[in-house]
Design a protein around this ligand. Structure first.
Ligand code: UDP
Length: 334
């Protein structure tokens, strides 16, 4: 009984790479809210100090500036000490460090490839050597311009290895292969999450992705820019739903890959009209050339996540936009 009591009072310990990023900062915040202890690593290429400013003084949070693609970086020593020197109920390493916006990873092409390859390897070694559960943030981009719709995990994708999105797509595909090899040959306790389009507060207004662009444009009554005819589709998941699924994947023993996303599919034209409406904007829609390599449609099949994690999204696009637009209003001072 005494043993049960003392073990149940132990906390979980998490190393979160990409802690100051959009998804990473929401993950950290939720984990701290659950009473876990978190060491966050970020190199601030796309992450922002202000994303973590409201919990940076939490006694259960340690924030470190570091580059996971560089093994000599002091962040690894700190992370190892953190995982080994304290008594935790269980320990976790989550790899959420990467640029994820096409505009940004196309600017930082080699950094994106190094983070996805060397960075993933360094974190996998850390997790394996400290017997921590490892979660890899992968992406629906590994399906490329999909020939199978909706996308099931068994579909292998259609990616051009030297195409305009290859630096991200291939980094993430390599990451999945590397995680799988660690599971196979080193018995690493790892799961992979393929994240579909996600949105919410803290996705930078200058990020270049569709909801930050449309929300900022609509709020400032400037032209809403649709690339191509706007018939391409995406399925948008609110960040809180995604984070809940990721934490559940961490808590599970599932070793393999699963999709997380909201199957509510919408064309970019419909999305633009919806955002103009909910912001009460006077913006006009303008069409710009389609960016090369832009997938025509995307929608997750989430049967596996429903079965393995009993997870499904709860927040509709309309509800999620109501939770997101005020944040952009504040950022833009409107
Ligand atoms: N998009 C758009 N206008 C913008 C930004 C994006 O029409 O200002 C389109 C883009 O061409 C793509 C979709 O919105 O078809 C989603 O783009 P995003 O960059 O958010 O993510 P992706 O799913 O392409 O990685």
């Amino acid at each position: 009984m005494a043993d049960e009591l003392s073990s149940s009072s132990l906390q979980k310990g998490y190393v979160i790479a990409g802690a100051a990023g959009f998804i990473g900062s929401h993950l950290v915040e939720t984990l701290l809210g659950e009473g876990s202890v978190v060491l966050g690593i970020d190199n601030y290429l796309t992450g922002r100090q202000e994303n973590i400013s409201h919990f940076v003084s939490n006694a259960n949070f340690i924030s470190i500036r570091g580059d996971i693609s560089c093994l000599e970086d002091g962040c690894f020593q700190s992370a190892r000490q953190f995982l080994e020197s304290r008594e935790f109920e269980s320990t976790y390493v989550f790899n959420f460090a990467s640029a994820a916006s096409p505009v940004i990873y196309q600017e930082f092409q080699i950094e994106t490839l190094m983070t996805g390859s060397l960075g993933t390897k360094n974190l996998l070694d850390l997790a394996t050597e400290t017997s921590s559960r490892f979660i890899q943030a992968s992406t629906s981009e590994i399906y490329g311009n999909p020939k199978v719709h909706p996308q099931v995990e068994e579909y292998h994708g259609d990616v051009d290895p030297i195409g305009p999105r290859s630096m991200y797509d291939e980094a993430k595909r390599f990451g999945e292969a590397l995680v799988t090899s660690y599971v196979n040959t080193r018995n690493t306790n790892a799961g992979i999450v393929r994240i579909f389009n996600t949105y919410g507060p803290r996705m930078r207004e200058d990020d270049g992705r569709v909801i930050p662009n449309f929300a900022s444009q609509a709020l400032s009554n400037s032209d809403v820019t649709i690339y191509g005819d706007g018939k391409q589709t995406r399925s948008m998941c609110f960040v809180a739903d995604l984070v809940r699924g990721i934490i559940e994947l961490g808590n599970s023993t599932f070793r393999g890959v699963l999709n997380l996303g909201n199957p509510e599919e919408i064309t970019m034209l419909e999305l633009a009209e919806k955002i103009i409406k909910v912001t009460g904007s006077r913006s006009k829609i303008v069409h710009l050339p389609m960016s090369p390599g832009d997938p025509e449609r995307r929608r997750p099949d989430i049967s596996r996540a429903m079965k393995v994690l009993s997870w499904q999204p709860e927040i509709t696009l309309s509800q999620g936009l109501d939770l997101t637009i005020p944040w952009y209003r504040e950022q833009l001072g409107i």
